[in-house]
Design a protein around this ligand. Structure first.
Ligand code: ZN
Length: 346
């Protein structure tokens, strides 16, 4: 705690010096620094990075305090629904040859820049680990794209690694379009969109629950209904609550083979706790998994997990337009709550 406070002081001092030197002043975050206080104004921030490392930058401040934000010096594709609010997150696997990530930003009130660097490995953790942002895809062959604001896409590093591997291999095998990554976990470890008072989920805390779009035979594979949806009151949860399921026999444009391959690869590694999907899609998925196993594309034991009695696939209302993957292992820890506390504590 003490050393991080001292570090903050030094960084804040260098920020003040830089601020006096020009309208768009330059700040620098060195390789071993994690946190920078930035006063209101226009800034260029150079973040020292390591090629190959997953780097997450998170700008924390008043929700409406952001006027401009862009990542320079590397191609970072913003999420399709990035909404311009703070916190603003951007994550990427640093490309070869890039040593500095330039951020260009303008803020109307004081903000904090939190930087995290990780090396995601596809290995389930035994202990609690810190969450990182899902990196933007760099090329189409990465096989996915980000749909929701990156601040709602914090995950355990191993979950990031497993999913990147799965998307890349699925793209390599089928040469079909990238699959949308929807909600994971909010940057503070809680459920996505709690920060705007509109949480969309009952789970999704701790960075091991991941929503992805249903792979579609009719591109693009973004979050949308793949059946005729029936919405009705939910008596179990009481007044004002609704439930939604597919009308049986109305599945459309559902790419069962691609989903069976993607989920089957994860099942083969024995890292899935549960996969939630509407009942309408479970049988075609199970059949596709069987077919892939017969052709030795996925292992038998993986296809077995995707069968109705396999213990992994489960019907859940509202899963008419996306697939919910829950990974095994402990919930992760948020990267920023401790820092926020550290700063406010006198
Ligand atoms: Zn979900």
């Amino acid at each position: 705690m003490r050393s991080s406070r001292a570090l903050l002081g030094v960084l804040a001092a260098s920020a003040a010096l830089a601020w006096s030197s020009g309208a768009r002043a330059a700040l620098r975050v060195s390789r071993d620094a994690a946190d920078l206080a930035i006063p209101a104004g226009q800034w260029r921030v150079d973040v020292e990075v390591e090629p190959g490392a997953l780097t997450t930058v998170l700008l924390v401040g008043e929700p409406d305090g952001l006027s401009h934000f862009a990542v320079q010096d590397a191609r970072v594709f913003d999420a399709l629904e990035e909404d311009g609010r703070l916190p603003r997150a951007a994550s990427l696997i640093v490309p070869d040859g890039v040593r500095t990530l330039g951020l260009s930003l303008e803020v109307s009130s004081d903000v904090r820049l939190v930087v995290r660097r990780a090396s995601p490995e596809p290995v389930l953790p035994r202990d609690v680990v810190e969450l990182v942002g899902m990196p933007s895809p760099l090329v189409r062959d990465d096989g996915y794209l980000l749909e929701r604001p990156n601040r709602y896409q914090f995950a355990r590093p191993d979950v990031v690694a497993f999913r990147r591997e799965g998307f890349r291999d699925t793209r390599a095998r089928f040469r079909r379009d990238p699959i949308g990554v929807v909600d994971i976990t909010q940057w503070d470890g809680r459920r996505p969109a709690l920060d705007v008072g509109n949480p969309r989920h009952v789970s999704h805390d701790g960075g091991r629950d991941v929503d992805i779009a249903i792979p579609s035979t009719v591109e693009p594979s973004l979050q949308r209904d793949h059946c005729e949806k029936i919405v009705s009151p939910d008596p179990r949860r009481g007044e004002g609550h609704f439930t939604a399921v597919c009308r049986r026999g109305t599945a459309r444009a559902f790419d069962a083979t691609r989903l069976a391959y993607l989920v089957g690869r994860l099942a083969a590694r024995r890292v899935l706790d549960r996969v939630f999907l509407d009942e309408e899609f479970l049988e075609p998925l199970a059949k596709a998994a069987d077919r892939l196993a017969r052709h030795h594309v996925i292992p038998r034991h993986a296809a077995a997990q995707l069968q109705p009695e396999g213990g992994v696939m489960m019907h859940l209302p509202w899963h008419t337009d996306h697939v919910h993957l829950r990974f095994l292992g402990p919930k992760g820890r948020a990267p920023v709550t401790a820092l926020a506390h550290d700063v406010e504590d006198p």
